[in-house]
Design a protein around this ligand. Structure first.
Ligand code: SF4
Length: 265
């Protein structure tokens, strides 16, 4: 890729992924890393009464994703990037930050550092200057330098293609791996962020107490043919329609299928 990719604005998505530590002590200190199994911050919305809510039938699931696909056949994420490496860096930087805020910083950063080697040449101090508007930037800068070093040392400067390898990188946890595998390598992975977590629970599509529960539940109920884009459709739905505080049920594509007792239509 030679141009920064900007994701669709109509129904967009975000992929915030937490950063992991360059070293265990750093993560523990700064708290900016991706905590495996950690629950998304926004968990106020109530899920359907799990004992009474009727699970979605396979035909209902198919109907929902048919509608998402018809409305937005090629959903895109919003994090701007140039290649798998810059996508990885952007995702690591996006922990507890908005995509817009990350993009604002990375637009300039990626002009000078779009490979691990260039990032190391830039150095941690100058990297911090580029990303100082992003929360937890000190720890994230440390992670980005550490993961760049590891990419060069262990992976020939390329972003690896397996979950285990990506998760071994400082700042990258399961969600980061799922995002990179999906967006950079076209794998049918399901990254669960706060939006996906809320939508899956609220609608009753794939209830779960942790992101991992929801991820596995979604993988179980969503037919394979939808999995490449399902992550984006659900994020976009949560971000722009099924809002945490005031869901826009009146314009929701799946209001008739949603099991949430508090839906307004
Ligand atoms: S009907 Fe309302 S609560 Fe249910 S998915 Fe749609 S926006 Fe969300």
């Amino acid at each position: 890729m030679t141009k920064i990719t900007r994701m669709q604005r109509t129904r967009k998505l975000s992929v915030r992924s937490p950063a992991k530590k360059p070293a265990r002590s750093a993560k523990a200190r700064a708290g900016g890393g991706e905590r495996k199994g950690a629950k998304p911050a926004s968990r106020k919305s109530k899920s359907p009464k799990s004992k009474s809510a009727k699970p979605w039938t396979p035909s209902e699931v198919r109907e929902a994703f048919d509608r998402f696909r018809k409305a937005n056949p090629e959903p895109r994420g919003e994090l701007e990037h140039l290649n798998p490496y810059t996508l990885l860096v952007a995702v690591v930087l996006s922990a507890q930050a908005t995509d817009a805020g990350v993009n604002k910083a990375t637009r300039e950063l990626f002009k000078v550092a779009d490979t691990p080697q260039k990032m190391l040449t830039l150095g941690e101090d100058r990297l911090r200057d580029y990303i100082k508007t992003i929360g937890l930037y000190r720890n994230k800068a440390r992670n980005v330098i550490a993961l760049s070093e590891k990419l060069l040392t262990d992976f020939g400067g390329e972003v690896p293609r397996t979950r285990t390898e990506i998760e071994s990188l400082p700042g990258a946890g399961r969600k980061t791996a799922n995002v990179v595998l999906n967006m950079a390598y076209g794998e049918r992975t399901m990254a669960v962020d706060t939006h996906v977590f809320r939508v899956a629970n609220r609608t009753g599509l794939a209830p779960g107490k942790t992101p991992l529960d929801v991820e596995l539940a979604l993988e179980k109920v969503i037919p394979s043919e939808y999995m490449l884009h399902a992550h984006h459709w659900l994020i976009l739905h949560g971000r722009y329609t099924c809002l945490a505080r005031k869901p826009r049920c009146e314009v929701c594509l799946i209001s008739d299928l949603c099991r949430w007792p508090e839906k307004t239509v």
